[in-house]
Design a protein around this ligand. Structure first.
Ligand code: SPV
Ligand code: MN
Length: 626
């Protein structure tokens, strides 16, 4: 008899014990027993993914008060996170780094021993009087080359319920696997709760990543980005694994784009949080395969991708019938949905930018709310948080891609990188080749901080491939891995740079949110060489005639030459300044930056300088057309 199993037995019902015994992985017993011992759980519930167990998790989320079933539509519940727990917390998230190992300065880190002592101290006895829920998850479709297994112990029924909507069940996969199979581990406790069931000790919030042990510790937080272990927490471990094994784990959506004559091409896209990733993936008329995390592998010398998840934890702000019709329909129909940090009044959820009026009082993340209510520092509390979200299974969307669970994934024809860049990059361009795309668009991705992370908004920063928050290896190594990956492929996906946030001199956006649909359709045609392009110093630009046709066909809009020129003018000073910032960032922060990054950016600088000599500082795209 396994000693760990024996130690767990008194805390479990016979039924739960049998469910656990059916999994023959001794490392799983060990992790669960140590978690239970440290956190002093009163009981242990093993979720086997049976309909009965899933229903129990959902019911407990409501009974415990972590979710409220006050909403009118069947299946809808609402959850609130604490006022200081409304986004991913970069300050509180640290890598545990063993003594003697040096890690890029740009990454938040703490000595491993010191960090383990601290976080275990905070977790000690945290589940006193509570049930510890054990969930088994399959990241990626089960039984495929992509599959990574995960196991989470948590005392939050809300977290366990969210995992149900967002991930593929893994109990059966664990059960049928070799007892020595590796898995990622997450231990989470919401910590002390206050009367409205939110984590009470936000100043003791810690999210520590122990990559030596493939384990993540998260405590005193409930916000899903910090607590649902298989979202950004396991992602950090997967990036590391991918780098050692020669594949890619990316902060990318995956979508199918319909081309002429019934053709469909698949794209993936990396965007920092709140920069248009989900709304791109959900464009009506196209299909969505994933909205947040992709694993990409070289299979038969082509890049194939799967969605790690099977649901969406999406930003609800600005979801309205005009801009996001598909998801708006889902959110206003019966079906299983967890709303978080919205305003509730009269059994209805309300959010910012929903396209209809929001009540002047109700219940929100601050408790009873009324217009004008202020927080401790005198700031007005909005009716719903900007980072309010919904959790829903992808299959609830009518345009969910049929290949979602294909164990071989889908072949990627193109990938895109996009940030919040008010000044430099054009709305869409194609790189000259794989390396140029990885360096000039991916590694040079610049953005502004948004409400999705706690802290000041609008602060410009480099966010390499939009994964900077999640990288647990030297940053330069990650760039090399990306460069290598594409080089080995017979036909690498085309690489595009997009920028939905370009502004004019007065600070007005030059594009409407719908325009991205045109860029996507243009990329699809480029993949099949069905439209030409203009060679500019920063990449291949679309031709006016092609965009005009697409604006007309896709959006029934007239696209003027004037708009085209404004949007696609190459702004030499802004582009040179961008190169300067990117190079400085890597020089100062990333000691293992590959020389290729500096070389490729030097070449881009050279092309810009030469173009300036011929045409001046602001160059209409037509000047490059020969
Ligand atoms: C993001 O912020 O990138 C998200 C949401 O996708 S979460 O990481 O879960 O906070
Ligand atoms: Mn994300």
């Amino acid at each position: 008899m396994n000693g760990y199993l024996e130690a767990l037995r008194p805390k479990m019902s016979e039924d739960d014990y049998q469910k656990l015994v059916a999994i023959t992985n001794p490392k799983a017993y060990e992790f669960i027993a140590k978690a239970s011992d440290l956190c002093n759980a009163e009981k242990i519930f093993i979720c086997s993914d049976s309909a009965e167990d899933i229903a129990h998790v959902r019911q407990q989320a409501i009974t415990s008060g972590e979710e409220k079933a006050v909403l009118t539509l069947p299946g809808h519940t609402v959850h609130f996170d604490g006022i200081y727990d409304q986004g991913r917390d970069r300050q509180a998230t640290k890598y545990l780094v063993p003594r003697g190992i040096s890690f890029s300065k740009a990454l938040n880190q703490i000595d491993r021993q010191e960090g383990l002592v601290e976080v275990k101290g905070l977790l000690r006895d945290s589940m006193n009087g509570r049930t510890m829920i054990v969930r088994f998850i399959s990241l990626g479709p089960p039984n495929s080359i992509f599959t990574i297994l995960g196991l989470q112990c948590t005392d939050s029924w809300y977290v366990a319920h969210s995992e149900d909507l967002l991930y593929r069940p893994g109990y059966e996969v664990f059960r049928q696997s070799d007892p020595t199979r590796e898995f990622l581990r997450v231990l989470h406790s919401a910590g002390k709760l206050n009367e409205n069931m939110t984590s009470a000790e936000h100043e003791k919030k810690r999210i520590y990543i122990d990559y030596m042990d493939n384990t993540i510790y998260s405590v005193n937080t409930q916000y899903a980005g910090n607590s649902v272990g298989f979202k950004k927490l396991a992602f950090r471990l997967a990036i590391r694994k991918a780098n050692y094994e020669g594949w890619l784990a990316e902060h990318m959506m995956i979508m199918g784009v319909n081309g002429p004559n019934g053709r469909k091409s698949y794209f993936s896209g990396a965007f920092p949080s709140a920069c248009g990733k989900t709304s791109t993936a959900m464009l009506p008329g196209e299909t969505i395969l994933g909205d947040d995390i992709a694993y990409i592998r070289d299979i038969g010398s082509v890049a194939r991708a799967v969605n790690v998840e099977s649901g969406i934890f999406g930003i609800i702000q600005d979801v309205n019938p005009v801009d996001d019709s598909l998801i708006y329909k889902v959110l206003t129909s019966p079906g299983e949905i967890i709303f978080s940090n919205v305003l509730v009044k009269g059994d209805q959820p309300y959010w910012l930018g929903m396209g209809s009026e929001i009540p002047k009082d109700g219940i929100n993340f601050s408790g009873e709310w009324h217009e004008g209510k202020t927080d401790e520092s005198g700031e007005k509390i909005p009716p719903a948080h900007k980072n309010a979200r919904y959790a829903v299974a992808l299959k609830a969307l009518e345009n969910c891609d049929p290949e979602l669970d294909n164990p071989m994934g889908v072949e990627l024809n193109g990938i895109m990188y996009g940030g919040r860049d008010a000044k430099a990059y054009v709305p869409v361009q194609q790189s000259f080749d794989w390396e140029h795309g990885i360096i000039a668009y991916g590694a040079s991705l610049e953005t502004e901080t948004t409400f999705a992370t706690i802290g000041e908004e609008g602060v410009p920063e480099i966010n390499m491939m939009s994964t900077q928050d999640f990288i647990s290896i030297p940053l330069g190594q990650n760039i090399c891995n990306n460069l290598e990956f594409g080089r080995k492929l017979k036909k690498a996906p085309l690489v595009f740079g997009v920028n939905y946030f370009l502004e004019d001199r007065e600070g007005k956006f030059l594009n409407s949110p719908q325009d991205k649909h045109v860029w996507i359709k243009w990329m699809e045609l480029r993949v099949h060489s069905e439209v030409g392009a203009i060679r500019s110093p920063t990449g291949f630009l679309p031709k006016y005639e092609d965009l005009k046709k697409l604006f007309n066909r896709v959006l029934s809009k007239d696209y003027t030459k004037e708009d085209y020129v404004k949007q696609f003018t190459i702004r030499v000073p802004e582009n040179l300044a961008k190169i300067e910032r990117v190079q400085r960032f890597y020089q100062e922060n990333v000691s293992d930056t590959p020389a290729e990054l500096f070389e490729l950016l030097d070449q881009q600088r050279q092309r810009l300088v030469e173009a300036r000599e011929r045409f001046g500082d602001y160059i209409s795209p037509e000047k490059f057309e020969w």
